[in-house]
Structures are given as C-alpha cells and as structure tokens.
Ligand binder design. Sequence first.
Ligand SMILES: [Zn+2]
Ligand SMILES: [Zn+2]
Length: 256
Amino acid sequence: MLFDTHVHLNADQFEEDLEETIQRAQDAGVEYMTVVGFDRKTIPKAIEIAENNERIYAAVGWHPVDAIDMTEADLEWIEELSSHPKVVALGEMGLDYHWDKSPEETQKEVFRKQIRLAKKVKMPIIIHNREATEDIVQVLKEEEASEVGGIMHCYSGPVDIAKECLDMNFMISLGGPVTFKNAKLPKEVAKAVDLKNLLIETDCPFLAPHPNRGKRNEPAYVKLVAEQIAELKGVSYEEVSQVTTSNALEFFGIKS
Ligand SMILES: [Zn+2]
Ligand SMILES: [Zn+2]
C-alpha cells in the first residue's frame, strides 16, 4: 500500500482521463493521495476530487509564483476551506525564485500570512521551495512554523538542511528526482534521513521518475520512487511502502 502525498490530479493534464488515472494508481497499490490546490482554479478542483473519492484528500494554499495575485479574500477563502472534512493541510506555499512573476518580498509576505493562518487553524503546511532554501528556512524559523510542522515537498536540498527541517517538526518528501541518475542530493537525503521521517510523492503531472522521465507523471509511478528509496537504503520495498504510508496517515491525521 502506498500514499502519494503530493499530486495535481486537479491539473488540466488529467482532465481527459482522471478516472482511468485514479484506477491505474489503485492497481499499482496507491491507495491514498493528497491533491494539492494552489490558486483559484486548482483549489475547487482539488476539493471536488477529494469529495468524490474516499481515500483522496486535499490541501489548499497559494503558490509563491502567483503570490502577487493573492488577495485578502483569497486568504479568507483558504481559511474557510481549512475546516472542510477532506482538507488535511495548508499549501502548497513557500518561495520560488526560479520564476520572476512575483517579487521576492511579495512571496515572503504571502508565505508568512499563510504560516500564520496555519497556526490559527492548527494545520500542517506543505512547502514548495525552488532556489530559495536559505530564505525558506529563515521564514519558517522566524514564524515559528515548528508549532504546526509540515512537509518539505519534493525536497532537493542538502542533508544538513534536511536535518534542520526535521528539527523544526517537518517531514521530508521525496519525488521523481530521487530516481534520476544525476540527482546526487536527493539520493544522499534518501540514505541519511530515517525512514520514519520520509514521505513519498509524484508531484504529477510534473517530474516523472526514471524510466518515464519527460513524460506526463501520474500517481501510479510513485511506486518507482519507493523502489528507489528501498534500494538506496538497502531495505525491502515492503518496508518503505508500509512505513511511508503510515507516516503519511499519521501526519495528515487520517484514520485508516
Ligand atoms: Zn511545488
Ligand atoms: Zn505541487
């Protein structure tokens, strides 16, 4: 049994074959998923998919790339949705310095607002980080995010920062890149971080694991991530799937 903790089944890429994609995931042993919504379009769709599927949950937040678009009304809307029975976390939120649509200062402000909201509604947070590791850690510390904890989604930073995140009550989630031949850091992290602190994800439709790299990613492929972690750690696939699934169920507060 597997838990894909970060999927975007709410993306346009799955509009044509959503049901079949969910079926393929179940056939591959992926029993649970969290669909992540991050703007006005993807949030309602994440909730809708979670409402229609017993073992699919939703997370709601505002993506840093679009930080400049977030209004106070959007933040209030996210707060209202946080009490929805299928919403298990806030996010994704964070910092993304790869794209320059939203200035860094605006991104930080929107990130801080969402951390404060998470503390208010007592929900863990899902962190998106692209080329902003130092600033993310600094904001998490300043806002005392350890009070709610969360997930460093698709973590690709070094081992020492991963350990710093663990100390702040965060889980490390590994995705497709851990399977890439040239991905040194994710492989080091997979080896160094205790299995009890690891989660697995696809971040589909993006970042498909080897040998599907470059294709549309989908939740069924999270199995490839689990297999790679098992190989790197020298433990069985069963152990990785069992422990990461129970980690995720506990983290999201889901009774299996
Ligand atoms: Zn992300
Ligand atoms: Zn994502």
